[in-house]
Design a binder for this molecule. Structure first.
Ligand code: 8YV
Length: 322
């Protein structure tokens, strides 16, 4: 059997983009990992000098490895991704070069699903807005806060019934919500009704929750037509990727009153959030924190290192993406 790609040369681990500080420390201390410079000239010089030595990259969904970078790393064998989403890594180029890609599934499912439900409650019940009302001293002046939208027993449509979408459905079942979903393929054995398109799904629900993977296949899947199908009494919750929603169409729908509200953990161009969204009181805006708990991030870090260790020892990944 031939030696797997990435094990044929002296092992050199490259960090691409910022990572959790403790993970960066471990990579530097225990793996003598190099960090890819960000400035273009320094990056080019680094790749010219060290590119051929790199056998494994550790990165996150925030940065990833695109095809040109992969082309500069001729002995790369694995892209180890901290996070479940890997849409910033070119998996087709990786497959073409024989490079494995791993992510961190399962360990973050609970926290991301918790965040989706928290965002939904906050958006419909307007808790953050009501908190601002109290802090601004308006309660004694303007009286009771306006009534809001009930969460229990709403009709919820989930786009993407994978691990995270299913965990969201499970939680919302306990709220008496009726669940339906749209997915690339109908999920065999699912207890929930399937809608063959996002528009069809949006037409029949009060709340649309986006839990689909990012990437070219889902870009702007939630567009103006879908938002109009959701309607002026509808709410959008997105804990997936900003790219899945046409952000301009979303902003217009909110500004025009064609959508009741939105709860967003992700945006098209993070960390930039359109000023108009910030000015609206019927949206809840989070800085991409869905998996951001001490416990979950530690589990993600451990799984990232398990993938790296296993790759360096055997050429295999523990949780490859395909
Ligand atoms: C990441 C995420 O932790 O897992 C994902 O896909 O979006 C988050 O959980 C965060 O983006 C760090 O890269």
């Amino acid at each position: 059997m031939s030696t797997p790609r990435g094990l044929r040369h002296n092992r050199c681990v490259l960090q691409v983009g910022p990572l959790k500080p403790s993970l960066e420390q471990t990579l530097a201390d225990d793996y003598a990992a190099r960090m890819l410079p960000e400035a273009p000239a320094a990056r080019e010089a680094f790749l010219a000098e060290h590119g051929a030595q790199v056998t494994a990259v550790v990165t996150s969904g925030r940065t990833g490895v695109d095809a040109p970078l992969m082309g500069s790393l001729p002995n790369l064998g694995a892209v180890v991704n901290f996070g479940v989403g890997y849409d910033t890594t070119d998996v087709d180029a990786a497959a073409a070069h024989g490079v494995g890609v791993s992510n961190t599934p399962d360990v973050l499912t609970d926290c991301v699903a918790d965040t989706a439900v928290g965002l939904m409650i906050d958006t419909l019940r307007r808790f953050s807005a009501a908190d601002r009302y109290v802090r601004a001293g308006r309660w004694p002046v303007d009286g009771n806060y306006p009534l809001t939208r009930q969460v229990s027993n709403t009709r919820v449509g989930i786009i993407g019934l994978g691990r995270i979408g299913s965990a969201i459905a499970l939680r919302l079942n306990a709220f008496g919500c009726s669940i339906s979903y749209h997915n690339r393929h109908e999920v065999a054995g699912s207890p929930y009704p399937y809608a063959s398109s996002p528009v069809e799904l949006a037409q029949g629900v009060d709340v649309l929750v986006v839990a689909a993977a990012g990437g070219a296949g889902t870009r702007n899947l939630v567009d103006r037509e879908v938002l109009d199908a959701l309607g002026a009494d509808g709410y959008l919750i997105n804990i997936a990727r900003g790219s899945v929603v046409d952000q301009d169409a979303l902003v217009s729908a909110l500004v025009d009153g064609r959508l009741a509200g939105a709860g967003l953990d992700v945006f098209a161009d993070e960390p930039q959030v359109p000023a108009v969204l910030v000015s609206l009181d019927n949206v809840v805006l989070l800085p991409h924190v869905a998996s951001g708990t001490v416990q979950t991030r530690a589990a993600m870090e451990a799984l990232t290192l398990r993938n790296l260790d296993t790759f360096l020892a055997t050429g295999e990944l523990v949780t490859p993406v395909r």
